[in-house]
Design a binder for this molecule. Structure first.
Ligand SMILES: [Zn+2]
Length: 142
C-alpha cells in the first residue's frame, strides 16, 4: 500500500529547472541509442550527486522491485549510485532524437519507492517541467 492517490495534472505546477542539469540531461539523452531516452539526475543541495539512464541490462535491484524484463529504469540507475540517501531531489528528463522534451514521469513501478526516497520529484512533461507533490503521496503511518 504505497500511494494514497494518483496525482492528476491539477495538483502539479510548472516549475523552473536549473539550466545546467537540463543541458546535461539533454546531452545524455541524445547519446542514448534507444527509442526511449530517459535520464535521471539526482541533486543534493543543488549539486549533482548521481546520473542515471534507462539501460537495457539487468540489475539485481531491478529484479527486487519487480521490473519488466529486469530493466533498469533511469531513476533506479541513478539512485543505486547514491551512498548518502538523505536530502535527495530527483529530476527526470526524456528527450526524443530531435532533442524535444517528452514525458518522463516516474512509472507506476518507480513512483512508490521514489516518493519515499526523494524529497522532491520533478520531470519533463513534454510541455515544460512539473513536480510531483511527494509529501501527499508518502505513506503516513511509519
Ligand atoms: Zn520506472
Amino acid at each position: 500500500m504505497g500511494l494514497l492517490h494518483t496525482p492528476s495534472v491539477h495538483n502539479m505546477k510548472q516549475i523552473d529547472c536549473p539550466c545546467n542539469i537540463y543541458t546535461l540531461a539533454k546531452e545524455i539523452c541524445l547519446r542514448i541509442d534507444r527509442p526511449k531516452r530517459h535520464c535521471s539526475i539526482i541533486l543534493r543541495k543543488g549539486r549533482v550527486v548521481a546520473v542515471g539512464t534507462n539501460l537495457m541490462k539487468t540489475h539485481p535491484m531491478a529484479k527486487k522491485y519487480g521490473y519488466l524484463f529486469d530493466e533498469l529504469h533511469s531513476e533506479l540507475d541513478a539512485f543505486r549510485k547514491c551512498d548518502d540517501r538523505n536530502g535527495l531531489e530527483l529530476w527526470n528528463f526524456r528527450f526524443n532524437r530531435f532533442g524535444n522534451e517528452r514525458l518522463s514521469r516516474p512509472c507506476p513501478k518507480c513512483l512508490p519507492w521514489c516518493v519515499e526516497a526523494f524529497d522532491r520529484i520533478c520531470y519533463t512533461t513534454g510541455e515544460g517541467i512539473s513536480e510531483i507533490p511527494v509529501d501527499t503521496l508518502r505513506v503516513k503511518d511509519r
